[in-house]
Design a protein around this ligand. Structure first.
Ligand SMILES: Cc1ncc(COP(=O)(O)O)c(C=O)c1O
Length: 404
């Protein structure tokens, strides 16, 4: 089968109206005609989901520790609904703050080794705010080229100058810093673990080149939290550099199996964020059940180390499998494992083959990934079982053998 638009062939001529633009858009066509995006599952049971009546192994979830159905997490959510109701119907700054927010913030701050923390209704909002709140006109923001959309969106809301440095390249960062006066405030923005690539940031090198250069470091650790470091304390703990990164932001929707986000740092920085982040001031507070589930998941992470151990056991097994099949996993070092196909068509057919074989992954194409790196993103969970891996292995073998 040949899908010309995936080769950039028959996309409509330059659209001259928004209606035309919508009708000729590649991601929209992929969703509507080829079922790539916004798939809606009819049910879920552990790592299995049902799509169009077929049971599939979920290989695209960020439920790294497999806690979404943990009895303590589910019970905590139910109890919070009974105690606090459905939502807060207001922003933290006005009427939305509750005791459970403070409790979760104190627990997260202590876990991360920071003085304070602020939680919000989405990781996207937290990560946006982690840059937007601090950057001012005339500041210089230096961001890794592969930073998540939320960070770039936050930077876009400021009047600060932006320079992107090549992904995970501390030497390139040093070159930019070398040309800048020390007096100019600089914010260095990067991820602890990159969600598409599965790469870990070269934190020791970044710290070295930033030393003495008046840099404020903002790290998005959405995919390092609960995965790396002592007891899952994240990328800073992995490198023994907890006090060296000014701000750690992230999500409650991955290892903590809930929704929401956090920003952790010094008390002064977090208080400043509370009065300077538009995402905090003008958006309703994290809902009770979401906060309670995240807090319960944090308890589980701290008291049941077997989940983290199993996550890494599963990850090693899976990465070895993909490598033995000759698949390009872009040097992933973590449970977020891409299968790079290079172009959209190869990515699509690989994705489809997995689906036909009973495995659900996610096709990710430029601009979500750099040009030439169109890929199928997969992610491993502690909850994946030997039976899941038997299905995954068969699907991968058959996709790896196919012409695409
Ligand atoms: C690196 C990174 N930062 C931030 C976010 C946003 O988190 P959330 O989905 O909780 O809004 C994500 C989610 O995909 C992410 O991968």
């Amino acid at each position: 089968m040949n899908i010309p638009f995936l080769r950039g062939g028959d996309i409509a001529p330059v659209p001259n109206s928004i209606t035309q633009r919508c009708a000729a858009d590649a991601p929209t066509l992929l969703r509507q005609k080829y079922g790539v995006y916004y798939n809606t599952f009819e049910s879920q049971r552990g790592t299995r989901v049902s799509l169009g009546g077929r049971e599939l192994v979920m290989l695209a979830s960020n439920d790294y520790l497999g806690l979404t159905r943990h009895p303590k997490v589910v019970a905590a959510g139910k109890h919070a609904l009974d105690t606090w109701g459905a939502g807060t119907t207001g922003a933290r700054l006005s009427n939305g703050s509750r005791a459970y927010h403070t409790e979760l913030e104190e627990r997260l701050a202590a876990f991360l080794g920071k003085e304070a923390c602020h939680v919000s209704a989405a990781g996207y909002l937290s990560c946006m705010s982690a840059v937007q709140a601090f950057a001012e006109k005339d500041d210089l923001v230096l961001a890794d080229k592969n930073c998540h959309s939320s960070l770039i969106a936050g930077i876009g809301l400021t009047c600060a100058e932006l320079e992107r440095f090549p992904h995970n390249n501390a030497r390139a960062l040093a070159e930019i810093l070398g040309d800048e006066p020390v007096e100019r405030p600089k914010i260095v923005v990067f991820e602890g673990v990159y969600s598409m690539e599965g790469h870990i940031a070269p934190l020791p090198e970044i710290l070295k080149v930033c030393a003495g250069k008046n840099c404020f470091l903002v790290m998005d650790d959405a995919h390092g939290f609960g995965v790396l470091g002592e007891g899952g304390r994240g990328t800073v703990s992995h490198f023994g550099a907890t006090d060296k990164v000014d701000i750690i932001c992230g999500s409650l929707s991955k290892s903590l199996s809930s929704t929401g986000g956090f920003v952790a740092g010094s008390r002064a920085a977090v208080e400043y964020l509370r009065t300077h982040s538009k995402q905090t001031i003008f958006s309703a507070a994290l809902a009770p059940a979401q906060a309670a589930c995240a807090l319960a998941a944090l308890d589980v992470l701290q008291n049941e180390p077997e989940h983290l151990a199993r996550l890494w056991e599963n990850t090693r097994y899976y990465r070895d499998l993909l490598t033995s099949l000759g698949l390009d996993i872009w040097g992933s070092e973590t449970p977020a494992v891409p299968i790079v196909r290079g172009d959209k068509e190869r990515a699509y057919f690989f994705w489809k083959k997995l689906l036909d074989e009973g495995v659900f992954a996610v096709m990710s194409i430029a601009p979500a990934v750099p040009p030439g790196k169109d890929l199928v993103r997969t992610a491993i969970s502690a909850a994946h079982t030997a039976e899941d891996f038997a299905i995954i292995e068969k699907a991968m073998r058959s996709a790896a053998k196919a012409w695409f």
